[in-house]
Write a protein that binds this ligand. Structure first.
Ligand code: PLP
Length: 378
């Protein structure tokens, strides 16, 4: 049996998404900038996709920009603000961001920006009082990961937004893990910039979205033609634009039942570990309480995590230690270090990310093997 429990790294393209994309590789291949019918038809498709995404996220059509991935969206949000501004010199972010944010911030630090990092508590929730004390007249932007890619913590974006509004600073939200996994209503959240990536919710890899609230002054990063409302040059990827739109439509429609089912699965997983008297810690919030559905980040006592993943892999079970982007590093990730996982547990920290396609039988197979491996390795 093969069981893919690494859905936070990426997901498969669903059949409906693939079917929706296919015509745009062959019969409908026109360049949306061309003035003949084949081009005009595809220009309409891009416009319709933009409108649909705006409707799903509850924002205006002209606030949605298609990019190549979540990483590009975050680079654009932060560098685009920084390059377009010469009055404010500080950026605030958290200690548990994805590298798309931390490394963009480090780049901006080398250009002279001061980067301040807000701490998080043991469950990964950011310290709002510390944020209040850090924002000041010189803060250009606060950048926060909405749902953590490793431990699944979902931040209180509405509260963070109030703090930013009072301080007249922009708020960028990395919603790459959040979109289609928890509700994302941009009007309600009142944020300025949001990064999204298609491959986290059964869309294709290689397409992302940046939401830019009207009135946010952002410099383009890619110069050339007039594409993407004159803000991001380069011939549009029509097929992937159709793909991410279809994927979001399906993801948003099924969100309620998806959350409910995955929370039941996650609880069952932990119950079985408890019954088998396995010594583990659940990192991040309790299941169903401001935690991404399907995210189980567990640390086991006195074992090496790479041994567990190796043995699971031999059984056809794919999981992740730390985040995929860190998988070549043997150090525990900065995120699990930051939340203070005890030293006897931290080396065996594993992320099981259950997905839309995971079945009950698959999960039981994983749990049976996990229990056996952990018991034999201690
Ligand atoms: C929270 C978060 N932000 C950003 C990214 C980067 O997205 P992409 O892979 O589309 O560049 C990821 C990908 O793992 C992520 O989990």
């Amino acid at each position: 049996m093969k069981v893919y429990l690494d859905n936070a790294s990426t997901t498969s393209v669903s059949k409906e998404v693939l079917d929706a994309m296919l015509p745009y590789f062959k019969s409908e291949f026109g360049n949306p900038s061309s003035l003949h019918e084949a081009g005009i038809r595809n220009r309409k498709v891009i416009n319709q996709s933009r409108s649909k995404i705006a409707e799903l996220l509850n924002c205006k059509k002209g606030e949605i920009y298609f990019t190549s991935c979540g990483t590009e969206s975050t680079n654009w949000a932060l560098k685009g603000l920084a390059f377009g501004n010469n009055t404010k010199g500080e950026i605030i972010t958290t200690k548990i961001e994805h590298h798309a944010t931390t490394n963009t911030c480090l780049f901006l630090q080398n250009l002279g920006y001061i980067i301040n990092y807000v701490s998080v508590d043991k469950q990964g929730f950011i310290d709002l009082d510390e944020l209040r004390s850090l924002v000041n007249d010189n803060t250009l932007v606060v950048s926060v990961i909405m749902a953590n890619n490793e431990i699944g913590t979902i931040q209180n974006i509405k509260e963070i937004s109030k703090i930013c509004e009072e301080a007249s600073t922009y708020l960028h939200v990395d919603a790459v893990q959040a979109a289609c996994h928890t509700s994302l209503d941009l009007e309600e959240l009142n944020v300025d910039l949001v990064s999204i990536s298609g491959h986290k919710f059964h869309g294709p890899k290689g397409i992302g979205i940046l939401y830019i609230k009207n009135g946010t002054h952002l410099t383009p990063l890619i110069h050339g033609g007039q594409q993407e409302l004159k803000m991001r040059a380069g011939t549009e990827n029509v097929a992937y634009t159709v793909g991410i739109t279809k994927a979001m439509e399906i993801g948003m429609k099924n969100l309620g039942s998806y959350e409910e089912r995955l929370n039941i699965y996650a609880k069952m997983f932990l119950k079985r570990l408890d019954e088998a008297k396995i010594d583990y810690i659940l990192n991040g919030p309790e299941i169903g309480e401001n935690r991404l559905p399907g995210n189980l980040n567990l640390s086991f006592k006195g074992i090496d995590g790479s041994v567990i993943t190796y043995l699971l892999n031999k059984k056809g079970i794919y999981v992740s230690t730390g985040s995929a982007c860190d998988s070549e590093s043997i150090e525990p990730s900065h995120i699990v270090q930051e939340i203070g996982v005890p030293s006897e547990y931290i080396d065996a920290t594993i992320r099981f990310s259950i997905g839309n396609e995971t079945t009950f039988e698959e999960l039981n197979y994983v749990i049976d093997n996990l229990i056996e491996i952990v018991k034999n390795e201690i």
